[in-house]
Design a protein around this ligand. Structure first.
Ligand SMILES: *Cc1c(COP(=O)(O)O)cnc(C)c1O
Length: 361
């Protein structure tokens, strides 16, 4: 296992310690004599585990008391429709920043549920590469029910590192950057994330919702997506994905053992810096994002000669570096370096990249 490093964008690598623990207790969880997957979500032992996972997540992110933490289903895209249904009445206007592929999908989904989706700002080509329009140039609505953005665009490797300063409640799709560094949750109305990048198995999602946004009288929302109903029922209105919740709980405990989010942030910045420094020094590899907007989780890179892409990927795979192929919409390569990717994995990749460059010159 240790000779493969998995750079997949998602579903992504999980901490080996977590997988080992899950393996050890797969057939007999918590001395119950059955797997955690096989027992009622109402069983006191399961409920205890589930509440502990919530508390660990609250501790990690320092979630203020006036926020609900919800464990939901339907992944990141499920939340693309849950957000407008919960937070906006059908006749309202909402503001969205369009910073990449995932923002685009979120916008098209919101258009089904609200009268007007105003695209307030875009990505653009700047002198230093791709960047996000400056907030001074955003066209915000006066009466938006919320402002939505994706702080880390997973496909494009573009990030907005500063939390926007806007009047409307901020909704953020943090599917690929949640738990990657400390975060001031109090600045947000809703934070949501599909689980398969930094939390656990796919199909699962987390939403952190400020309580005063719950229960718009005009909202029309399907029950399993209803934040208020799920909050009232402890995220067990319907049978939750019990295994994913359990695994997420193990990941939260692992993060605490690593030293929490300030330590994860330090490591994540170190990994990203190693990659970007190497790529920037090379004429063989390049990254086209303005350094100020570069993601610390997803590092896309291209070969100067894209005819070598297939050879690069084949040799990388053979050398134990998995998941480096760029998203099918953009091509090229991408190294996703979520929390579970150790510094050693990045260093090994850099040494492979240097060898490949040498072998081609
Ligand atoms: C992966 C991802 C999604 C989609 O998640 P699904 O669980 O496949 O629906 C949404 N937003 C971002 C930013 C992502 O990285």
């Amino acid at each position: 296992m240790s000779d493969v490093f998995n750079f997949s964008a998602g579903p992504a690598t999980l901490p080996v310690d977590v997988l080992r623990q899950a393996q050890d207790e797969l057939l007999n969880w918590n001395n119950q004599g059955v797997s955690v997957m096989e027992m009622s979500h109402r069983d006191p032992a399961y409920v205890r585990m589930a509440r502990e996972a919530e508390q660990d997540l609250r501790d990690l992110l320092d979630v203020p008391d006036d926020y609900e933490v919800l464990f939901l289903q339907g992944g990141g895209r499920g939340q693309f429709s849950a957000v407008p249904q919960n937070i906006a009445a059908p006749d309202s206007t909402v503001d969205y920043l369009d910073t990449g592929i995932w923002s685009g999908f979120a916008i098209r989904e919101a258009e089904k549920f609200v009268a007007k989706v105003n695209v307030a700002g875009h990505v653009k080509e700047g002198v230093k590469g791709k960047e996000i329009q400056s907030p001074d140039d955003w066209q915000l609505s006066d009466n938006a029910a919320y402002f939505h953005y994706c702080p880390n665009e997973t496909v494009d490797g573009i990030a907005l590192h500063d939390i926007p300063n806007v009047n409307a409640p901020i909704v953020a799709d943090m599917s690929s950057n949640i738990l990657s560094e400390p975060l001031d949750v109090s600045k947000f109305g809703v934070i949501y994330a599909g689980a398969q990048k930094n939390i656990g198995p796919s199909g699962f999602a987390i939403a952190i919702v400020k309580r005063d946004l719950l229960g718009s009288p005009q909202k029309q929302v399907s029950s399993i997506m209803d934040y208020q109903l799920q909050a009232k029922d402890g995220s067990m209105y319907n049978t939750p994905n019990t295994f994913a919740w359990y695994l997420a709980g193990l990941v939260f405990k692992w993060l605490k053992v690593q030293g929490g989010l300030s330590e994860m942030g330090r490591i994540n910045h170190e990994k990203a810096q190693l990659l970007y420094d190497f790529i920037d020094k090379s004429d063989f590899y390049r990254n086209t994002v303005n350094p100020q907007y570069r993601s610390i989780m997803n590092v896309p890179f291209q070969l100067a000669d894209d005819k070598l892409d297939a050879e690069f990927l084949a040799q990388a795979e053979a050398a134990g570096f998995k998941g480096l192929k760029g998203h099918r919409f953009v091509g090229g390569m991408r190294a996703s370096i979520y929390n579970a990717m150790p510094v050693a994995g990045v260093k090994a990749l850099l040494s492979f990249m240097a060898d490949f460059e040498r072998s081609q010159s």
